[in-house]
Design a protein around this ligand. Sequence first.
Ligand SMILES: Cc1ncc(COP(=O)(O)O)c(C=O)c1O
Length: 389
Amino acid sequence: MAYKGISTKAVHSGERPEPTGAVNTPIYQSSTFRFPTDEPRTWEGEVPEGTYVYSRQSNPTVEVAERKIADLESGKRCLLFSSGMAAISSILMAYLGKGDVMVSQEDIYGGTYNLFRNHLPRLGIDVKWAPSDTEALIDAITPRTKMVWLESPTNPLLRLVDHPEVVRAAHEQGAIVAIDNTFATPVNQRPLESGMDIVMESGTKYLAGHSDLLAGAVVSDGFDISPVHEKRSVLGGSLDPFASFLLERGLKTLPLRMERHNFNGMCIARFLEDHPAVERVHYPGLESHEQHELAKRLLSGFGGMLSFEVKGGRRAAENVMRSLRTIKMATSLGGVESLVSMPLNTSHRPLPPEERARMGITDSMLRLSVGIEDVEDLEADLDQALRAS
Ligand SMILES: Cc1ncc(COP(=O)(O)O)c(C=O)c1O
């Protein structure tokens, strides 16, 4: 059944009729499945949906979460992976090979940057870098470009790329475009609706929402992602049925959680912007964000991620982190609980200092994943920690 509203999709899309009447998805914790006929054989090529042979290829519990995410993203097909990085590497292996050129945004998640910078060249894939600037990205695309990699909003500066424009330009040159939609989630941004070929998400973050699993998703609408499915089977980055069950459970409350993340994110961004111990806040919902108008056009909510710079440099920023009590000092994001980290020594640690500086990641920068707690408690915690710095 086709649902109109995103909250109904989150609760019901993907569910399968259960003969027992179970309202939740059973966990098919089985690596293998009995052949459905007396034929002693397995399939050649892709296994048809609804037929199961071996869980590295497909699993009924995983398929429920896949169908739900596909519907949430306005897509037709989703493939789940054991982590966001497994999803990214399988996309690259599926479409790029020796001699191919990929254009990538520069200020992307540190793990993705590390893969592109240090590992792809060893496979003979040439990565051309462009800043998170729509015109610069479009200028970098040539007829030799096989793929364009985008991340918007970016980690940790919350910069945006006018991705529908990049898609138009890339398609004119025959290039595939993929976007990491982890920060926005399908609640705040659905790039497939404006022609994006592939949407990737780290399911570890908002999709699952409780910081209790690792997962990655690859979603498409018309674009054929069968090669990514094949790579998942070959490379083995498939998602475990139990993690998939937890992910699907988390997805049911995604729109509700995002409503609160959007609200809390805006409140905390304003609070920090007015705080005397804070130098600068990066949040696309603030009028002071240099791409605020673009953010209003591309996003239906500004999310729970922000970064800010503390007056007094690295020592002061470290003191703030240490003094926080409700907000925990940890890497990762998108969970119900608020987390704080320093891009300098977490997500962007693999980068040389001069590259970090060029991207605008300063030594006094803290990244905040604003959770769904009561905003007054978060403000009180931030206030006492900033005063202690
Ligand atoms: C924007 C973004 N993309 C991808 C990833 C990688 O996802 P995972 O940790 O699930 O492999 C992360 C992880 O922090 C991320 O923040």
